[in-house]
Design a protein around this ligand. Structure first.
Ligand code: AMP
Length: 502
């Protein structure tokens, strides 16, 4: 094949490349021509620094238009883009450097000394910086480089990116994303969600994660549309900008925050055609409140780092609350039992997926990769789900969240749903903590809206609804649940915090 992910993306740029691709809150605008030229400069700079096709370029920087151009520069030069969460600290960086052996590490200007020190110890030869104001040593080095760097041809199964995913246990694993993984998902989603040139995407997601980087940016790049590129989600900023946007992609927390004040109204969303939610479970209450307040029905979809998106509620057609929709057109899904047997519609088991979007395996972890694939190519997602008779997927929980209490298997999601349904409860997280009799005991961490709601009231209400072994042994009230940047509740933090309750 003589093409590449980059060439395919660039072929989709509008003929008039002066069209705006990105606008930032401080009023800077960047065109498609900028994306073309800056990605060329970055590609040439990285090659001049010694990077060759297939080499990894680790990037731990704050979100900025230049960070997106750097991604494009990497794939233009046939390099493997390796974005890292800015929250990662020294020990984690040492692990990533050691594991992925990047030839260049691009860091935030303020952390240069620290990163250089780690890079020396891990034999990473080159450290560059990139700031958020068009500053940094990689920008300086790129100034004299060509704006016409010829894109390096790649095969479909050449790597385009490695994204580390941190499971709840063990070391982070580098999910190897190929050229075709990213391209297939990008074209499928752009079509499925009806992106056109006139769209304006409100982009407030981080760009070290598949959601903000690939799902969001590729839909825009492929449709020649524009995005409002915010460094982070800020409610006031969102209220100001949303009236000029047509699409928003967010994690559920964004929508909860928008709904938190009455100044978010149907008027704020008057130009919007689509709100998409994913990366963490959307509470039915949020779905309903959003519909009541704005008249819009949130479109929930499901995916993971290892496969981009796998299912989506429809653009036209019924978006069903508490489901993540149907399999994407080019993705096969199924639910299996513990022995790997395929289960009929309506039965709960592990969700598996197969398609051109599914990753090539974990970097340098052939064993782990083998464990997570079936012989016929299905990837075992680890999410517990059922597929109903209309093909809609209902996520029931995470296999790794499973609590075994007194010999019974309990999926926390079922208990969380029951608690969340109670009056006076905003949300909850159910975990298992060590217990001398039961092995693990179920504990519910609850955020209440009614300060008079007592723990015993919750326990009594759940007793009436669920089997006894699912009733929490303790209920703990907290002001908020700990969440990561993608809005996922960090149960590992809760498990650590409450490990000595019994
Ligand atoms: P990540 O690799 O960070 O994208 O996380 C992927 C995981 O997020 C999935 O395996 C699911 O457990 C969860 N997830 C993603 N989207 C949804 C959704 N719409 N509803 C529930 N869980 C989701």
């Amino acid at each position: 094949m003589t093409t590449s992910l980059f060439m395919r993306i660039r072929d989709r740029f509008p003929a008039d490349t002066s069209r705006v691709l990105m606008e930032t809150p401080d009023g800077r605008t960047y065109s498609y021509a900028d994306a073309d030229q800056e990605s060329s400069r970055f590609a040439a700079t990285l090659v001049a620094l010694g990077a060759q096709k297939g080499d990894r370029i680790a990037v731990q920087v704050d979100k900025s238009p230049e960070s997106l151009f750097l991604y494009l520069g990497c794939i233009r030069a046939g390099l493997v883009y390796l974005p890292l969460n800015t929250a990662y600290q020294a020990e984690e960086l040492a692990y990533f450097m050691n594991n992925a052996a990047p030839v260049v590490f691009v860091c935030q200007p303020g952390r240069e000394d620290e990163v250089r020190h780690i890079a020396r110890e891990q034999d990473v030869a080159v450290v560059m910086t990139l700031g958020t104001e068009g500053d940094g040593s990689i920008i300086d080095a790129s100034q004299d480089q060509t704006t016409d760097f010829p894109a390096v041809a790649c095969a479909d199964d050449d790597l385009a990116a490695i994204l580390y995913t941190s499971g709840t246990t063990g070391k982070p694993k580098g999910a190897m994303m190929t050229q075709i993984n990213l391209w297939s998902n990008a074209t499928t989603l752009e079509k499925l969600w009806g992106f056109t040139r006139v769209d304006v995407l409100f982009h407030a997601l981080p760009v070290f994660h598949t959601h903000g980087l690939f799902i969001a940016c590729h839909c825009v790049l492929l449709s020649g549309s524009k995005m409002y590129f915010a460094p982070r989600f800020d409610r006031d900023e969102a209220l100001k900008v949303l009236p000029c946007c047509t699409v928003m992609m967010g994690v559920p927390t964004f929508y909860v925050r928008l709904l938190a004040g009455n100044d978010f109204t149907a008027e704020t969303t008057r130009n919007m055609r689509l709100f998409i939610s994913g990366s963490a479970p959307l509470l039915p209450e949020t779905f309903m409140a959003f519909q009541r307040r704005t008249g819009h029905t949130l479109l929930e979809r499901y995916g993971m780092t290892e496969m981009g998106m796998a299912t989506s509620n429809p653009l036209d057609g019924e978006r069903i609350v508490h489901t993540v929709g149907q399999a994407l057109p080019d993705v096969d899904i199924r639910v299996t039992d513990d022995a790997g047997r395929v289960l009929p519609a309506g039965q709960v088991g592990v969700l598996e997926a197969r398609g051109p979007n599914v990753f090539a395996g974990y970097w340098k972890m052939p064993e782990k990769t083998r464990e997570e694939f079936r012989d016929d190519g299905f990837f075992i997602t680890g999410d517990i789900a059922l597929i109903d008779d209309r093909g809609y997927v209902h996520i029931v929980g995470r296999a790794k969240d499973l609590v075994i209490t007194g010999g019974f298997n309990v999926y926390p999601k079922e208990i969380e749903t029951a608690i969340d349904d109670l009056d006076g409860v905003l949300e909850s997280a159910v975990i298992g903590v060590p217990h001398p009799d039961f092995g693990e005991a179920i504990v519910a961490i609850v955020v209440r809206t009614d300060p008079c709601l007592a723990d015993q009231m919750i326990i009594d209400a759940i007793k009436g609804r669920l089997a006894n072994f699912k009733v929490p042994k303790k209920v703990i009230f907290v002001p908020d649940l700990p969440r990561n940047a993608m809005g996922k509740v960090q149960k590992n933090i809760l498990r650590d915090q409450y490990q000595n309750l019994f």
